[in-house]
Structures are given as structure tokens and as C-alpha cells.
Design a protein around this ligand. Structure first.
Ligand code: FAD
Ligand code: MLT
Ligand code: ZN
Length: 536
């Protein structure tokens, strides 16, 4: 079969801005619309302007306290009128208590967790965060830090009545050093906004993810978000050079270094990368930002066996080397869901598997030559059955849209059980096949997509609404499956509330003990994001 060339048009650096799908996830309140009874029983949203989901009944999201009846509210104080008066002094006119203002902040993006938080605070400065936590700690009021609320493990919303500390107003860029590429900004900066600010300087964030229109750098750091550029730039443990965080007792820990090399004792900032708001509130960060590549191409390839997928991945690494910037995976069911639920168009026919291979470099002619020779090779060796290549920005964006919107498209099915796991490359797709066999026709779809370059498979199972039978078939079976092959039960989304019972599946007893000791040392009253990460 002949390889189709969509376009071979080189584009200038300044056009790069339009290359990613903007706003795959908007802020939550804008896409949930209130039902007549004030509950979140219907929703609608729009994906990058042209693709709209029609209104669907999502059903009332059950309270987490009802969904997890085994969870008992901790021995925390309850917010009183006196507390509200103090908060009003600490963050004047930025204390929200109206249920209508808060309900979107109580429900997570997936619509699976709903807290009963009654107060939301909107600090603008590190000093305000410090004053809030000092007060909460003294009163023993539990608090949950919230960024863009796009997290997928129920970590960003209260479980009971925790005070919500929204970071959205802490959205200032502090400094940018164009030569070193080091950006310093407040934690509430949204990723898309950061990229808008970086773009005139020829720089971009080292990470990008489908939720970039809403997620914040502080949330990314707290979840150690992976995303679509990790194959090239690595994870945030390497790219975050410094963190400023407020500890549970209100002390400000200034580890906001901008140095690439600094071996003076323990690297404390790492504690806040991936600790999901349980050890402190990240208030600012310095991030190493790479240069925007001068040339980007994307190939979408169709394969009909998983062996072909692995061979193609291997060939891409060998033949593209330094210009390879992403290898993303979708199965047929993932491609179907973006077509059916979002009316996106796939330029290829039906295949069992799809690979999206991206190159980024500085010389379009050189990169094109390398990509062409890879494509010639994989076609000739019958590793790939069909493919298309795009270099023109809008075409590149359309191909990326297919992959980036899988999560959004799945939401339209109703209820989604999401599993984000790392498994050995040889077992990458077996989990999906085994799950499909296990749940049979009880599910609407069983899909597999993810970051092949990191061996991170997103297994998602959808149903019209929550089904005890499907859920019981999935958990703990999925996590046991992953543990048996020595994978990780959370590749990039964290533990939150939804995975906390499985922490030991991917960590030894002594490792969890040390984590708990750290938590107790840094937050002795346990006020920061309680009920998350650790099983009881
Ligand atoms: P939130 O969801 O608000 O919070 C996440 C966690 O961090 C919570 O535990 C919260 O308490 C804590 N937190 C937030 N801000 C702070 C702070 N300043 N200080 C301390 N704790 C804080 N994730 C990936 O890794 N890769 C992807 O490719 C990816 N794609 C996605 C695509 C879509 C469409 C969606 C909806 C989600 C996707 N995610 C992905 C998941 C999510 O976007 C990430 O986990 C993201 O990092 C969360 O950022 P946030 O600002 O929304 O944080
Ligand atoms: C993705 O890679 O698309 C995100 O992690 C979201 C998801 O897992 O659904
Ligand atoms: Zn992902």
C-alpha cells in the first residue's frame, strides 16, 4: 500500500504556536452546566472550537463519602463563622462559600469523585498561602490544594469538607532567562498561558498534555505529569530546577533555585514533585524550557499486529534518533471513539493499532529525509500497513487531535474506569486484550491508548453509567495483573483517592513506611490533602 503524503510544507518558527490542540480541557465549571436541582446532572463542552459534544446526562456524581463508605472523616475541625471571618481578613473578597461557586471545585474532571467542601480560598501570594496554612494547621482544618482540577485520580477535590485552596489567581510569570531557558513563575500559571508567554522568546515548556488549556504548572509538578513530550525531554524531576512551597505549618521553603547543577545536600524540591499536595503547597517553580523546534513532522501509521507496532517503534528509534520526539499509541477502539463521539476524521482506514510518530528538529529537509527513509523501510518490511505524514501545522494539529482527544471522547460514553499503568513493553497490549475478555459485553468499550515511548498504557473501560459488575470485574484484578508483571499501578496520574488502596502493589513495605514517616514529619497534624495516596 502506498504511503500518503498529506502535505510537505515547511513552516516558520512563529507558526509553531498553532501546532498543538488548544484547550482540550477547559476549566471544569464551564463544561458542566447545572441541572434544575443544582446538581451536576448534565454537561456539555466544546473541544477546540469546532467539535462540540451534545448535552448528555452524566448522572449525579455521588458524594465520595457515600462512594467510599469505609472512609471515615478524620478528626479535623469544621469551618465555623469565626474561621470565615479570619479567612476574609487573610484573603479579602476571595473567600467563596456560595454552593453555586464551589460545586465545580468539588467534582473532579472524570465526574467520579465529589466532595462536600464548603469554602474555597483564592490566595494571590505566597504570603497569603502561608497565612492560610498557618491558621488551618493551628485550628486543625484540613485543606486540599487545587490547580486546574484536571487530575484523573480524584486527588484535587475534597473527600469530605476540606477547605479548597485554589491556586488559580497565582498566575504570574516572575522571570525568564532567554539564554538559559529558565522560567520562574507562580504555581497557578496554566500551561497554555506559559507557552503563550514563552513563544515570542522561541521557547516552550518541556512538557505538554491534553489538559494544557486548564492544568497548572503547580498541578503538573504535584502530579509529576508526563504527557506527550516526555520521550524527548524527560519528566519534571529533571526539568524543574526549583520549587517554592509552603509547608503545613505555614513555613515557606524556598528551594527556588535556577541552577542546573546544585549538589549541596538533599535535593528537597524533589519531595514536592509527584507528592500530590500532601507535603506542601507549591507556590512557585523554576522550569528549564527547551527551544521551540524549527521543524516538526508527524506520521500516523496503521499496523495490524502488535508485533508490527513494536518493530516500528524500534525502527523509529534507530532511524530517527535525535529527532524522534514522540511515539504515541492508539488502538482501533480509541480511534473509533474520537470519530464517533467527537466526529474527528481519521485519514487512514481501519487498523488494529495506530502509531503517531513525531519528529522535531532544526532542519526540515534533513528531518524529512530521515522520516521518509523510516517510512520507506517500515512499508517495505511490512511493519506498517498504511500511513500518512503531515508537516503543515494545521495537518499536524489534526493528527495530534486524534490522540489528544481520546480522554475527552471517552467521557461522552458516560462512566469511564481509567487505568494508567506502566508495564513491560512486551506485555503493553496484553492488559487490554485480557480486560476485554474479562468484562465482555458488559462494557460499552474497552480501549487502550497511551505513551508507547514510556511503556505507559491507558486502559479505559466505559459504560453508560456506573456498573457494580464491571467495576468488580476490574478492581483489584487490573492492579493485580500489573503487579504480577512488575509494572506500576500509576504511570503518570498519581494515586489520589482512586488508587490509594494499591500503593503497596508497586512499592515495598519499607518504602511506604518511609513515605508515611516523611508525611508525618512534614505535616504532623495531617491537614494537607488527607485521605489521598496512602491506604488506611
Ligand atoms: P489538579 O487536578 O488541580 O490537582 C492534581 C493534584 O495536585 C491534586 O492532588 C492537588 O491537590 C495537587 N495540586 C494541584 N496544585 C497544587 C499546588 N500548587 N501545590 C500542591 N499541590 C497541588 N496527565 C499526564 O500526566 N499526562 C497526560 O498526558 C495527561 N493528559 C490529560 C488529558 C486530559 C484531557 C485530562 C483531563 C487530564 C490529563 N492528565 C494528564 C491529567 C492531569 O491533567 C494532570 O495530572 C495535571 O498535572 C493536573 O494538573 P492540575 O493543575 O489540573 O492539578
Ligand atoms: C492521555 O494520555 O491522553 C492522558 O493521560 C489522559 C488519559 O489518560 O485519559
Ligand atoms: Zn497520558
Amino acid at each position: 500500500m502506498a504511503m500518503r503524503r498529506s502535505h510537505v510544507i515547511r513552516y516558520a518558527l512563529e507558526q509553531y504556536k498553532s501546532y498543538r490542540v488548544p484547550n482540550a480541557a477547559q476549566s471544569l465549571p464551564s463544561w458542566y452546566t447545572k441541572g434544575t436541582n443544582g446538581s451536576l446532572d448534565s454537561w456539555s463542552r466544546c473541544v477546540h472550537g469546532s467539535v462540540a459534544l451534545t448535552q448528555k446526562k452524566a448522572g449525579r456524581v455521588p458524594l465520595s463519602s457515600e462512594r467510599f463508605p469505609q472512609l471515615k472523616r478524620g478528626d479535623f475541625a469544621r469551618v465555623t463563622d469565626g474561621d470565615l471571618q479570619v479567612f476574609e481578613r487573610l484573603v479579602p473578597s476571595r473567600v467563596l462559600t456560595e454552593p453555586g461557586d464551589i460545586e465545580g471545585h468539588n467534582v473532579d474532571w472524570s465526574g467520579t469523585c465529589r466532595g462536600a467542601g464548603q469554602v474555597l480560598l483564592r490566595p494571590k501570594t505566597t504570603e497569603e498561602v502561608s497565612a492560610i496554612l498557618r491558621y488551618c494547621n493551628g485550628r486543625r482544618l484540613a485543606a486540599v490544594p487545587q490547580g486546574g482540577n484536571t487530575g484523573l485520580v480524584g486527588g484535587s477535590v475534597p473527600v469530605f469538607d476540606e477547605v479548597i485552596i485554589s491556586m488559580s489567581l497565582m498566575d504570574k510569570i516572575i522571570s525568564l532567562d532567554e539564554i538559559s531557558g529558565v522560567l520562574v513563575c507562580q504555581a497557578g500559571c496554566v500551561v497554555d498561558k506559559i507557552n503563550e508567554a514563552l513563544e515570542p522568546h522561541g521557547l516552550m515548556t518541556p512538557h505538554i498534555l491534553g489538559s494544557k488549556g486548564s492544568c497548572q504548572i503547580g498541578g503538573n509538578i504535584s502530579t509529576n505529569a508526563g504527557g506527550l513530550r516526555m520521550l524527548r525531554y524527560g519528566n519534571l524531576h529533571g526539568n524543574v530546577l526549583g520549587v517554592e512551597a509552603v509547608l503545613a505549618n505555614g513555613d515557606v521553603l524556598d528551594c527556588l533555585s535556577t541552577l542546573k547543577k546544585d549538589n549541596t545536600g538533599y535535593d528537597l524540591k524533589q519531595l514536592f514533585i509527584g507528592s500530590e499536595g500532601s507535603l506542601g503547597v507549591v507556590t512557585a517553580a523554576s522550569v528549564l524550557c527547551p527551544r521551540i523546534p524549527g521543524a516538526v513532522s508527524v506520521a500516523l501509521l496503521g499496523c495490524d499486529s502488535f508485533a508490527q507496532v513494536l518493530q516500528t517503534y524500534d525502527a523509529a528509534k534507530k532511524m530517527l534518533q535525535e529527532i524522534l520526539s514522540a511515539v504515541e499509541f492508539m488502538d482501533r477502539a480509541s480511534m473509533e471513539v474520537v470519530q464517533e463521539n467527537l466526529q474527528l476524521t481519521c485519514p487512514l482506514g481501519a487498523h488494529r493499532y495506530y502509531l503517531l510518530v513525531e519528529t522535531s528538529g532544526s532542519n526540515a529537509a534533513h528531518d524529512e529525509e530521515k522520516l521518509n527513509s523510516l517510512l520507506g523501510h517500515v512499508m517495505e518490511k511490512a511493519m506498517v500497513d498504511d500511513g500518512t505524514v503531515a508537516t503543515e501545522p494545521s495537518k499536524v494539529q489534526s493528527l495530534w487531535a486524534l490522540r489528544e482527544n481520546v480522554a475527552v471522547a471517552l467521557r461522552a460514553d458516560g462512566c469511564v474506569y481509567k487505568y494508567d499503568v506502566t508495564v513491560p513493553m512486551s506485555r503493553f497490549y496484553d492488559l487490554v486484550t485480557d480486560t476485554r475478555e474479562r468484562v465482555g459485553s458488559d462494557a460499552t468499550r474497552v480501549v487502550g491508548y497511551g505513551h508507547l515511548g514510556e511503556s505507559d498504557i491507558h486502559l479505559n473501560v466505559t459504560c453508560p453509567q456506573h456498573s457494580e459488575d464491571v467495576f468488580d470485574a476490574l478492581e483489584p484484578w487490573v492492579y493485580d495483573w500489573v503487579a504480577k508483571c512488575k509494572g506500576s499501578v500509576s504511570a503518570e496520574h498519581g494515586m489520589g483517592i482512586l488508587k490509594r488502596d494499591y500503593l503497596y502493589h508497586s512499592n515495598t513495605g519499607p518504602a511506604v513506611l518511609l513515605m508515611k514517616q516523611l508525611k508525618e514529619r512534614m505535616d504532623p497534624r495531617g491537614i494537607l490533602n488527607p485521605y489521598k495516596i496512602f491506604p488506611d
